[in-house]
Design a protein around this ligand. Structure first.
Ligand code: FES
Ligand code: FES
Length: 157
């Protein structure tokens, strides 16, 4: 076992983990943050995407020990209260989710994109979201939702 410390959704956490444990399992099984979903577990589907130090990362491809000292944001950390965020509101308005399995990965990927590039156009959004698979929506409403949410990211101080 190894002890690691990192920030999870703005709170300091310290956990004992096996060196082989990947971050997604650490988040779900050890820290009980089950918003991060696991689909393929080998870097293909994007369902497990979290944000590490501002970058969208597949948590099934990262060992938990690699998170030492970093700031990890999961889908639970995108909202601090009961109100929907502008990104969530846009997803609901555009019916950008059906079963919702891919949605945590879509939201974290889109949030990381719009935080850095609030003017991302449809082509850029499609390119960035291309690594996130959705079996339900056909992707068009997801891109529409991301484009609509841009205004909220542009207005952030
Ligand atoms: S579960 Fe990580 S990319 Fe599919
Ligand atoms: S909403 Fe079902 S997989 Fe995307």
């Amino acid at each position: 076992m190894m002890q690691i410390s990192f920030k999870l959704n703005d709170k300091a956490v310290t956990v004992d983990v096996e060196p082989r444990l990947h971050l997604a399992d650490c988040l779900r099984e050890v820290l009980r943050q089950t918003g991060t979903h696991l689909g393929c577990e080998h870097g293909v589907c994007g369902a497990c995407t979290v944000i590490i130090d501002g970058e969208a990362v597949r948590s099934c491809l990262v060992l938990a020990v690699q998170a030492e000292g970093s700031a990890v944001v999961t889908v639970e950390g995108l909202s601090n209260d009961d109100a929907l965020t502008p990104l969530q509101t846009a997803f609901r308005k555009h019916h950008a989710l059906q079963c919702g399995f891919c949605t945590p990965g879509m939201l974290t990927t889109a949030h990381a994109l719009l935080t850095k590039e609030p003017d991302a156009d449809a082509d850029r959004s499609r390119t960035v979201l291309a690594g996130n698979l959705c079996r339900c929506t056909g992707y068009i409403p997801i891109v529409e939702a991301v484009l609509e949410a841009r205004a909220a990211y542009r207005n952030k101080p």
